[in-house]
Design a protein around this ligand. Structure first.
Ligand SMILES: *Cc1c(COP(=O)(O)O)cnc(C)c1O
Length: 376
């Protein structure tokens, strides 16, 4: 008999989504605009207190438009977290700008303020800094924002993984000049696929929407003074998002409980450390991760293989961008004085644990038993 699949992080649908989608069908709003799109933007803005929001068809599109708004292009450098998913930095290359990868620090696994300072010494005038809140843990935003302000460089927060996480009481994604969220299938809430651009600036948000809808000038005939994109969210997927948003706090509470359960279950195993949380923030705990102590004979691959045999899904830590073949010509600024990379170390010793909020107590027990079995 096929063993039950235990997922890393799969969509959790409640029924409210269907109601909004049905409404869209009933009123024939089956288009990349409509009442669900407008309402979803307002609801995200109200929830995060971001000011203004533009619903797009992906988080990647939101990063791309952020860079467009800042005018990043040929000859510009953009500083970006090194330990992240490639979507954080691909849009830099879409615009022919050059990414400079900034190492992680060990306290939150996010962009290192020390490495960021070093990067500014080497490249004094980058066009932007893109800071990721990895696995839902807020970055050291006070330090990062102070450095950005000192150099008059705008901060883009890639909060794709951290919707619902706060830093000193404020939602991640709302502290920088621009922020982005993702509603991809495995994120804390989903629209099946989608994203959001957010900003305190109404004009910037309007411009993002304009660029996302083919940059049509306000004329009766089809007139264009800019190159536009087809990036708008559909009214159907926005309906899914509205239904999901009603359950975001509940998802966050469940994710945090999963993290806590792993933390307690592995507390007596000195070789295991959970991914860090920022004491200045409240993380959504999107994915629970662990690292294995240096010098331990057990490797993440061994644990991931054993879990896979039980049909349990895991994932390695994101492979740092400076280690990616496609970015091998790009510069990398390490956190450590000796030039070694914190992100590479986390990648080598870490893994993501199943963090699906539909995991039953039995599922959690099974996962924990298998992991613990390695450290007896
Ligand atoms: C998921 C993700 C993105 C991209 O979002 P999409 O909606 O899939 O385009 C960007 N950055 C990070 C860190 C992500 O995890």
């Amino acid at each position: 008999m096929e063993k039950k699949r235990i997922y890393l992080s799969s969509p959790t649908i409640h029924g409210d989504e269907q109601r909004y989608v049905q409404e869209a069908f009933d009123t024939n709003w089956v288009a990349p605009l409509g009442p669900n799109v407008n309402a979803f933007e307002k609801e995200i803005a109200a929830y995060t207190q971001c000011g203004y929001a533009a619903a797009l068809d992906s988080g990647t599109a939101a990063i791309h438009l952020s860079l467009k708004l800042l005018g990043a292009g040929q000859g510009d450098f953009v500083f970006v977290s090194d330990l992240t998913f490639s979507a954080s930095c691909n849009p830099i290359v879409y615009e022919n700008a050059t990414p400079v990868f900034i190492d992680a620090e060990p306290d939150t696994w996010n962009i290192s303020p020390e490495a960021l300072r070093k990067a500014f010494e080497k490249y004094p005038n980058p066009k932007a800094v893109i800071c990721v809140h990895l696995y839902g843990t807020p970055a050291k935003l006070d330090e990062i924002m102070a450095i950005c302000e000192e150099h008059h460089v705008p901060l883009i927060e890639d909060a794709a993984e951290s919707l619902g996480s706060t830093y000193k009481g404020k939602h991640t994604g709302t502290l920088g000049k621009y922020g982005i969220y993702s509603f991809n299938g495995n994120k804390i809430i989903t629209t099946s696929g989608g994203g959001m651009f957010v900003s305190a600036e109404e004009a910037a948000t309007k411009k993002a929407t304009f660029l996302a809808t083919q940059a049509r000038d306000p004329a009766r005939h089809y007139q264009h003074s800019h190159i536009g994109y087809n990036y708008r969210m559909s009214n159907i997927t926005a309906g899914i998002g509205r239904g999901q948003l009603l359950h975001l706090e509940e998802h966050k509470a469940r994710k945090k409980a999963i993290y806590e359960q792993y933390r307690e279950a592995f507390a007596d195993i000195s070789e295991i450390t959970m991914n860090p949380l920022n004491p200045d923030g409240d993380a959504n705990c999107w994915l629970s991760c662990m690292t294995i102590a240096e010098g331990c004979k057990i490797t993440p691959d061994m644990i991931m293989d054993a879990l896979a045999e039980e049909n349990i899904e895991t994932r390695p830590i994101w492979k740092p961008m400076h280690m990616q073949p496609v970015f091998e010509r790009c510069d990398f600024i390490p956190h450590n004085e000796d030039g070694s990379s914190v992100g590479t170390d986390i990648f080598n010793r870490g893994m993501c644990l199943p963090s699906d909020i539909k995991n039953t107590p039995e599922d959690m027990e099974l996962i924990i038993r298998i992991v613990r079995g390695f450290f007896r």
